[in-house]
Design a protein around this ligand. Sequence first.
Ligand SMILES: NC(=O)c1ccc[n+]([C@@H]2O[C@H](COP(=O)([O-])OP(=O)(O)OC[C@H]3O[C@@H](n4cnc5c(N)ncnc54)[C@H](OP(=O)(O)O)[C@@H]3O)[C@@H](O)[C@H]2O)c1
Length: 294
Amino acid sequence: MKILITGAGGQLAWELAQTASTDKTLVLLGREQLNIADQAAVSAAIAEHQPDAVINAAAYTNVDAAESNREQAIAVNSIGVENLATACVKQQCYLLHVSTDFVFDGSANRPYKPDAIAADPLGVYGLSKLQGEQKLAAIMPNDWAILRTAWVYSAHGNNFVKTMLRLMREKPSLGVIADQIGSPTWAKYLAVACWAAVDKKLQGIHHCTGDGVASWYDFAVAIQELAIARGMLATAVPVAPIPTEAYPTPAQRPSYSVLNNQSLQQALPELQHEHWRSALAKMLDELKQLESKA
Ligand SMILES: NC(=O)c1ccc[n+]([C@@H]2O[C@H](COP(=O)([O-])OP(=O)(O)OC[C@H]3O[C@@H](n4cnc5c(N)ncnc54)[C@H](OP(=O)(O)O)[C@@H]3O)[C@@H](O)[C@H]2O)c1
């Protein structure tokens, strides 16, 4: 099976490359090789490589910058997905796309199911991702799936875990938001789910996050505990829970964006899902190993 992966420089694409089975031939295209916002380039790349499936790991993911770069976020997260969907229909290949918990406004008080109405994202990033989902579903009659994920981290790339480790080394104390609740997701788990989805030609929208829930504060405390236990941090710094208002950002974020993963677990029962804290421990082991080699 030949699989074309966009956004090759990102967290998910890196984990996809790490976890691909040997029966897959990967065509990994970074932004420099394929700008998904460029319709002609997308069409040419799919026609040239003739993949059996495309995994869209490309996205404009800077949630705060999207507020002032609306056009760019829409170009990548909405028009880019439209370009891929159109090319995949023409090529008759399967498209697996990845979306976000930020399509929801966070007003729920129980985990969002995939068919929950996502009508009112709080920011430009969520809106651009929602538009991408809608365009894909309108263009492709079948042979597509969307995995919505959340709070993604990996040993590769930039993410909350690596930012916390850096700040915990540099600062005498930290305040971390305690009133936004979600589910941290190791990109390696998401990648393994993507491969299972491609193998089974999963259809429709599903949710794919780590098990369990946390606030950013809970997540930060766990990062510190697990990093100290591994000798990745020398000492503990005080971490205080703070409200969202104490850390103003350009983009508003959902206060509750826990996703219900049941439909994915039913469709892909072979998928080994685990609590976010044990996945975090495994990621830190991997990061420690990578840092020791660097
Ligand atoms: N990270 C999260 O916390 C999170 C949460 C929920 C959902 N997601 C979704 O999960 C998916 C994977 O995210 P990730 O964490 O792997 O993101 P990431 O690390 O930011 O990777 C995204 C990649 O896409 C590339 N890219 C940006 N614009 C592009 C374009 N026009 N054409 C081609 N490539 C382009 C980026 O390149 P540059 O770096 O050069 O810009 C980057 O290498 C995305 O769909 C994202 O929306 C992520």
